[in-house]
Design a protein around this ligand. Structure first.
Ligand SMILES: Nc1ncnc2c1ncn2[C@@H]1O[C@H](COP(=O)(O)OP(=O)(O)OP(=O)(O)O)[C@@H](O)[C@H]1O
Length: 272
């Protein structure tokens, strides 16, 4: 952990709206170094917009937000689809993180750049395929590279936009553990947008749950309850624990989710 224990994010009286559509209002939230925050909610509730505010791509309508300067970002998969995946190697992808971060190539030179890229590749165990074109790599291998890209500039805050989507359970576990290892080792706070809390449940400190302009913040056992989610959705929602995993049933306009059980994958009609 770094010696700097100042919050990495502070929202005060924050409001974001698009026209008449209010995504959240009166949001007060402080995120400490090393915290793991899950951002949950149905489609269109504002999860990605929350990350965009932290990335300074969207301005608040009211209130304020401050963040640490060093922010890493794992975008939704295939966000770099405009580039030819056969023309980019794994190490090039990670190198983009150096160029976009606080180590400019012009300042530090190629040797330093290579050292940083190699260290990030090693941290996610991606050196063996670092020189292969992205296009020939599996989804899990590509996602490890995106983790490396996001942490190569040594961020104090790591923003993750559904980084587990379209990964199998084994690769989901690998990617989550890489992210968790990073936050434990370096004290990097994690803001993790997801539709499926179960793969990250053991690591989550607090949940920010957004629904139709309302929100709840708290520890998973406080937010992920029948009572709290029913109140948030304004309809009957039931939260069950099955083999230590959460299955959420109900919720108007809720998206569907796959809740894994020890015996496989059970599909619920709920959210989370
Ligand atoms: N730049 C924008 N201009 C206008 N409306 C926007 C803009 N960005 C997002 N929105 C709207 O804000 C709402 C929240 O969008 P956002 O992408 O943040 O939701 P989300 O929770 O991430 O959804 P999903 O789970 O489907 O990814 C949506 O209704 C969306 O259309």
């Amino acid at each position: 952990m770094g010696a700097d224990a100042r919050p990495v994010v502070t929202f005060t009286g924050a409001r974001l709206a698009f026209g008449d559509r209010i995504l959240w209002d009166d949001l007060d939230l402080t995120i400490e170094p090393g915290e793991f925050i899950a951002v949950l909610g149905p489609n269109g509730s504002g999860k990605t917009s929350f990350l965009r505010v932290l990335l300074r791509q969207y301005a608040l309508d009211r209130g304020s937000v401050t963040t640490t300067d060093a922010v890493g970002y794992i975008p939704q998969q295939h966000a770099e689809d405009d580039a030819d995946p056969m023309a980019i190697r794994g190490r090039d992808l990670v190198g983009f993180g150096v160029d976009g971060g606080r180590w400019g190539v012009g300042l530090r030179g190629r040797a330093r750049r290579r050292e940083l890229v190699d260290r990030a590749l090693r941290a996610v165990d991606a050196l063996p395929y670092a020189d292969a074109p992205l296009g020939v790599l599996s989804g899990g291998e590509q996602q490890r590279l995106r983790v490396a890209q996001a942490v190569v500039s040594d961020p104090g805050l790591l923003l993750c936009d559904e980084p587990l989507a379209s990964l199998d359970p084994t690769n989901q576990q690998i990617v989550v553990e890489l992210i968790d290892h990073r936050r434990r080792e370096a004290g990097t706070a994690v803001v993790f947008v997801t539709h499926e809390i179960n793969p990250i449940l053991p690591y989550v400190d607090r949940v920010l749950y957004l629904v139709d302009g309302r929100f709840r913040i708290g520890e998973p056992h406080e937010v992920m309850t029948t009572e709290t989610l029913s109140e948030l959705y304004g309809s009957d929602v039931e939260v069950l624990r099955v083999n230590g995993r959460l299955v959420v049933i109900g919720g108007e306009d809720a998206h569907h989710c796959a809740a894994e059980t020890d015996s496989g994958v059970a599909r619920s009609g709920g959210l989370a």
